[in-house]
Write a protein that binds this ligand. Structure first.
Ligand SMILES: [Zn+2]
Length: 369
């Protein structure tokens, strides 16, 4: 395991070769809105991207995209399920105030601390709005220090009346942060890297191959509200093993006094993140060992996720039918579930390489007891 010294992270370097991951696809997926339960726009992009590269594809009752890429050879290839969630955290409009303000509920884990004053995009017609905040000039005392609760906030579309706001946005429609995707110096920034990074990775893997495994891909819905899509996807596919591809928070900056941070659970610049356990799962130790061996043999950097909350689709898939061996592999990213997450392209590429090798080298013997 690497030494816990966040200050010695390697500096960001721009990739010297064309990136392994499709940055333009990631851009369009990250900019598209798909708050849990309303994943249609991302699903459409996924279906277009994978159509020519898979042998079967369907959309299930909950809205998961389930695709199959048959094995290159072998009579009984292992069925390996790779899952990435299409949904993102965001807001759901629940009512219109008499002055035109929109009341909302938070969907998934978003802290009230990051909402106030943020620009948002609302509804399928992408109406620009802002989560209203009193300007600092008019605040004093406690009101400058305390966190305003989301129930007291409103989204302001600039509509002058309830009727005008109703014409623009209907109850039940979703809102997302208005952040546009950007490519930085060796890094990417976007509102929904969690988990459009995983979706883009999975699309890339389907474009490659075929592999010696029967590759089942699940682009899942409603992960952010309790791994709901993955539960039915795992049941339908009935895989021999499954890997959740996600994006994991890396709280890896030094603390405010510049001291070493020992609270991170993953760090940027240290490669793919392999999970031993999270709040929902204990990973299958044979799969963890296989991933570590595969990375080491190829000279790929990787890191073991450190303790912390959260979970991935693996948590639901593990418990379907008679049980499924699972593990999660994530790209580390900072500031997840805020208006702008940030990840390094190098970490993403190392994750893609590890997964390509996994698909090429996976066989049933790995799962022998
Ligand atoms: Zn995620």
């Amino acid at each position: 395991m690497p030494k816990k010294d966040a200050r010695k992270s390697p500096p960001a370097r721009p990739a010297a070769h064309p990136p392994l991951g499709d940055l333009e696809l990631l851009r369009s997926l990250s900019n598209t809105a798909a708050v849990s339960g309303d994943e249609g726009a991302v699903r459409k992009l996924v279906l277009e991207a994978i159509g020519p590269h898979v042998d079967e594809v369907k959309v299930d009752t909950l809205g998961n995209v389930l695709a199959v890429k048959r094995a290159a050879r072998g009579r009984q290839p292992p069925r390996l399920l790779l899952a990435a969630h299409m949904d993102e955290v965001g807001l759901m409009i629940v009512d219109h105030d008499s002055d035109g303000g929109l009341r909302f509920e938070v969907v998934g884990g978003v802290s009230d601390r990051v909402l106030l004053g943020k620009a948002v995009i609302v509804g399928p017609r992408r109406q620009p709005g802002v989560i209203g905040a009193a300007p600092i000039h008019l605040l004093s005392g406690d009101r400058l220090e305390t966190v305003v609760r989301s129930g007291q906030m409103r989204i302001d579309l600039g509509a002058g009346s309830q009727e005008a706001a109703r014409r623009q946005v209907a109850v039940g429609e979703r809102a997302t942060f208005a952040t546009e995707f950007s490519v930085l110096e060796g890094a990417v920034r976007g509102k929904a890297l969690d988990d459009r990074l995983g979706c883009t990775t999975l699309i890339g893997l389907l474009r490659g191959g075929p592999y010696p495994v029967e590759l089942h891909a699940a682009f899942t819905v409603q992960e952010e509200v309790g791994l709901r899509g993955a539960r039915v996807a795992g049941y339908a596919v009935e895989p021999d093993a499954a890997i959740a591809l996600d994006c994991t928070p890396s709280n890896d900056l030094p603390d405010s006094r510049g001291r070493e941070n020992t609270q991170y659970n993953a760090r940027l610049g240290h490669g793919a993140v392999i999970y031993l356990a999270d709040a929902h799962t204990i990973s299958d130790s044979r799969l963890v060992a296989f991933l570590c061996r595969t990375a080491e043999a190829a000279g790929l950097p990787y890191q073991i996720r450190q303790p912390g909350g959260g979970g991935t689709d693996a948590g639901a898939i593990q418990q379907t039918r008679a049980g499924v061996p699972v593990v999660s592999v994530s790209v580390p990213a900072r500031y997840l579930h805020t208006p702008a997450a940030l990840a390094r392209i190098e970490d993403w590429e190392n994750t893609i390489r590890l997964l390509q090798l996994t698909l090429e080298q996976f066989d049933r013997r790995i799962l022998k007891k």
